[in-house]
Design a protein. Structure first.
Ligand code: SAM
Length: 187
């Protein structure tokens, strides 16, 4: 989480219209739960704009980028590749090993999530194919659970830089204040 070796998320595949919300939510979930960067396919420009807009308003650091060659990103990744898939090894069996690679060995992690059918080369190129349960569900849910296990909950405590607004947690109601005011209250 914002240390020397990054955690990036790669969204494979994007069907304009149909996948708009899911692709955006992959990016927002990556940001909120401690990843450093998301890469979208180059036809997902609308999702990119939304994620950048949220980062501008609610803070970072977090990068969102497009790539015209997601498979080359996997092939050329300097670090370890984790492909989230319902067919993979159980997350509870491999999360220690992945955390050690990242935290102790300084390996940058690329977390790959699909949309429609993921081709078999991705399974072969990944260092780990990981199932968050071996049941079919969603890339957003799989990513959220995986990040929380990777960071062991520390991502819930993160501070946000350069936000222009901050949500004040409250039992009932909604309160959003300018970020400077929120800083003052913590002093
Ligand atoms: C809706 S699924 C479609 C997958 C597609 N049917 C296939 O066989 O490749 C989209 C993405 O959600 C993620 N996903 C779904 N279930 C998962 C699970 N149990 N564990 C981890 N990731 C999962 C995977 O990244 C998958 O590529």
């Amino acid at each position: 989480m914002h240390d020397d070796s990054e955690v990036a998320v790669l969204r494979l595949g994007h069907r304009p219209g149909r996948d708009e919300r899911m692709t955006t939510h992959v990016g927002l979930t990556a940001r909120a739960l401690g990843a450093d960067r998301v890469l979208f396919p180059d036809n997902a420009g609308q999702s990119l704009e939304t994620v950048r807009d949220i980062t501008d308003r609610f803070g970072g650091p977090f990068e969102a980028e497009l790539t015209d060659s997601p498979h080359a990103v996997i092939r050329n990744w300097e670090g370890k590749v984790v492909h989230l898939t319902m067919y993979g090894e159980r997350v509870q069996d491999v999360d220690d090993e992945i955390r050690t690679a990242h935290d102790s060995e300084g390996e940058a992690l690329l977390l790959v999530v699909g949309s429609e059918k993921v081709t078999f080369d991705v399974y072969e190129e990944a260092d780990w194919n990981v199932g968050v349960t071996n049941q079919p569900h969603s890339e957003v849910a799989g990513l959220a659970v995986f990040l929380d296990r990777l960071f062991e909950g520390r991502e819930l405590e993160q501070e946000w830089d350069d936000a222009d607004r901050t949500v004040v947690p409250m039992e009932t109601g909604k309160r959003v204040v300018p970020a400077d005011d929120a800083d003052d209250r913590h002093e």
